[in-house]
Ligand binder design. Structure first.
Ligand SMILES: [Zn+2]
Length: 256
C-alpha cells in the first residue's frame, strides 16, 4: 500500500487544515474542518475529492465546516464517541482502542481528554503519523478547558509512548508563543535553544513549524518533560509527582 499523502495549509487566523489522501483507494479526508474555503481550495489544488472528515473534538474551529462540506460532497464524518452529540453531521463514532479503516490505512483511536472531555487523536501506525488536534502542539499542549489536569497529562502520556519517529500534526500554529514560554521552564536545554532558533528562522520566512515529531517534542516540549530532573530542578519540585509538575507547568502557561 502507498504511503498516505498529506497536505497541510493555513485556515482562520492560526489553525491548520490538513488533507490526507490515498490515490489507489480513492479516498481523501479533511482532518477537522476549520474553514470551508481554504479546504475547498486545497482540494482543488490537489485534484482530490473529499470522501471523509476525521474530527478530533467538537470546538467550532475544528468542526465549523462539517455541515457545508458534507452537504456538498456527501462525505462520511468520523468523530469522537464521547462528543457524538456535539459533532455536526457525525456518521461514525469512534472511541479508545477502536480503529477506523481509511481506505486500508488503519487509524488507532486514542482518547486524550482534557482540552475537551471527548478529544481523540488518530494514530496511523503504518504511516508513522498522528493527528493530535488540540492535545499536543509543537512545544506546547492544549488548554485544559473541560477535563482535569490529570486527564490531560494521562492523554499526553499516551502520545509520548508512540514510536519516537512518529510525525505529529496539530491544530494550530502556536509555536512562537510556546517557545517563549518553554525557555522560561528550561532555559539551559540545548535542544530547546537550538529549536527556538530554527523556529524563529522558519517564521521569519513565513514557513510553518508544524508538523513535528514525538522525538523532538520529548526532547524540547516542557509539557512532556515534567518527569525530567532538569525541569523539576528549575521549578523547585525535585522528586515531585510528574502529574503535579505537569499541572504546575500548565498553570504557569495559562498565566504567561
Ligand atoms: Zn479546541
Amino acid at each position: 500500500m502507498a504511503q498516505l499523502e498529506i497536505h497541510q495549509f493555513p485556515c482562520l487566523s492560526d489553525n491548520y487544515g490538513v488533507l490526507i489522501h490515498d490515490a489507489d483507494a480513492g479516498v481523501t479526508a479533511s482532518i477537522d474542518t476549520p474553514e470551508v474555503a481554504p479546504i475547498e481550495a486545497a482540494l482543488a489544488e490537489k485534484g482530490w475529492t473529499l470522501t471523509h472528515i476525521l474530527n478530533t473534538h467538537h470546538h467550532g474551529d475544528h468542526t465549523g465546516g462539517n455541515t457545508e462540506l458534507k452537504g456538498k460532497t456527501g462525505c462520511t464524518i468520523v468523530g469522537p464517541k464521547p462528543e457524538a452529540a456535539k459533532i455536526p453531521g457525525l456518521d461514525v463514532a469512534v472511541g479508545e482502542g477502536e480503529t477506523y479503516d481509511f481506505g486500508g490505512h488503519v487509524a488507532q483511536i486514542i482518547e486524550t481528554p482534557g482540552h475537551t472531555l471527548g478529544h481523540i487523536a488518530y494514530h496511523f501506525a503504518d504511516d508513522r503519523v498522528v493527528f493530535a488536534g488540540d492535545t499536543l502542539f509543537a512545544l506546547g499542549c492544549g488548554r485544559v478547558f473541560e477535563g482535569s489536569m490529570a486527564q490531560m497529562w494521562s492523554g499526553l502520556q499516551k502520545l509520548m509512548a508512540l514510536p519516537p519517529e512518529t510525525t505529529v500534526y496539530c491544530g494550530h500554529e502556536y509555536t512562537t508563543a510556546n517557545a517563549a514560554f518553554a525557555v522560561t521552564i528550561e532555559p539551559d536545554n540545548r535542544d530547546l535553544l537550538d529549536r527556538v532558533r530554527e523556529i524563529e528562522a522558519l517564521r521569519a520566512d513565513g514557513k510553518p513549524t508544524v508538523p513535528t515529531t514525538i522525538d523532538r517534542e520529548l526532547r524540547t516540549n516542557p509539557f512532556l518533560r515534567p518527569a525530567i530532573a532538569n525541569v523539576q530542578r528549575h521549578l523547585d519540585m525535585v522528586g515531585a509527582d510528574p502529574g503535579d509538575v505537569f499541572a504546575e507547568i500548565r498553570t504557569r502557561k495559562d498565566n504567561f
